[in-house]
Design a protein around this ligand. Structure first.
Ligand code: CP
Ligand code: NVA
Length: 304
């Protein structure tokens, strides 16, 4: 097991499956794991807002017997008040793990290189690996064996799309990203996913037609059109992404028993309609809950 969890590819397919097994066991019997990280402290560094990531890491470490300390931009002001190197070198002497949500992915790589303790990526502009763990855990709960399933991500080729491609590549789930021209996943991320998929046999593809993309999909996934840090592009993106809205019409082109997933927060009426996100086939809230179980298992794997 790698010291850090910076992208899904930091874990092998077997390690991910083992992490899922632990997560499901924790979900079934919380008390069994009540002391496994007894007395350990996790620093939570946030340079962007959060509901799910903050709550699930905070609650999760407590449920494992540990503590968390929340460090907002006001406390650290990473790279400005103090260099990333100095923050890493301080915190490794004070806490047993760091979860960090930031902008540039290089910051979590640097943290990982400089700190002797585990670094967990709670979202960068490049990836959101804890999200993908919860997403594929949910897919597994809903559909059983993951191998050979198809997930279609509709929308911006962003951090969430990258993580889904990486997880699909590892676990043998075909991932299609349907996005407007010019908003494709990062080329390096795409190539990395395609390379990783050689072992599992998964197909990773990018298309521009959302209807063709969701055809035969077992799961349809979307995310906001403008990510945190892209607020000034929101108006333009709203126009470009409108044909990529996940609505009942688009869902009708997926498999008849397809589920709907979204990392949340959702902008209802934009990337997804109320009718879809509130439908019985929408699993967004179980998916959000699974952030807790998946991340507890990740912390257990890295910090135990
Ligand atoms: N999905 C997710 O990471 O949510 P938050 O931004 O609220 O943490
Ligand atoms: N792509 C979104 C995900 C939020 C959880 C963002 O980066 O803002």
């Amino acid at each position: 097991m790698n010291k850090d969890f910076l992208t899904v590819l930091d874990m092998s397919a077997d390690e991910i499956r083992e992490t899922f097994k632990i997560a499901l066991d924790m979900k079934k019997d919380r008390s069994k794991y009540a002391d496994v990280l007894k007395g350990q402290t996790l620093a939570l560094i946030f340079e962007k807002p959060s509901l799910r990531t903050r709550t699930t890491f905070d609650v999760g470490i407590q449920q494992l017997g540990g503590f968390s300390i929340y460090l907002s931009p006001a406390e650290i002001n990473l790279g400005k008040r103090e260099s990333v190197y100095d923050v890493a070198k301080n915190l490794e002497r004070m806490v047993q793990g760091i979860m960090i949500r930031t902008f540039a992915h290089q910051i979590v790589i640097d943290m990982g290189n400089w700190a002797s303790i585990p670094i967990i990526n709670g979202l960068t502009d490049y990836t959101h690996p804890c999200q993908a763990m919860a997403d594929f855990l949910t897919l597994h709960e809903e559909k059983g064996d993951l191998k050979g399933l198809k997930l279609c991500y509709v929308g911006d080729g962003n951090n969430v799309a990258h993580s889904l491609m990486f997880a699909g590549a590892r676990l043998g789930v075909d991932v299609t990203v349907a996005c407007p021209q010019g908003y494709e996943p990062n080329l390096n991320a795409f190539r990395t996913a395609v390379e990783a998929a050689k072992e599992s046999g998964a197909t990773i593809e990018v298309v521009n037609d959302p209807k063709a993309g969701v055809k035969d999909a077992d799961a349809v996934y979307t995310d906001v059109w403008a990510s945190m840090g892209q607020e000034e592009e929101a108006k333009e993106r709203d126009r470009i992404f409108r044909p990529y809205q996940v609505n009942e019409e688009l869902m009708s082109h997926a498999k008849s028993d397809a589920i709907f997933l979204h990392c949340l927060p959702a902008h209802r009426g934009d990337e997804v309609t109320d009718a879809v996100i509130d439908a019985p086939y929408s699993k967004v809230f179980p998916e959000a809950e699974n952030r807790l179980h998946a991340q507890k298992a990740v912390m257990y794997q890295l910090m135990n």
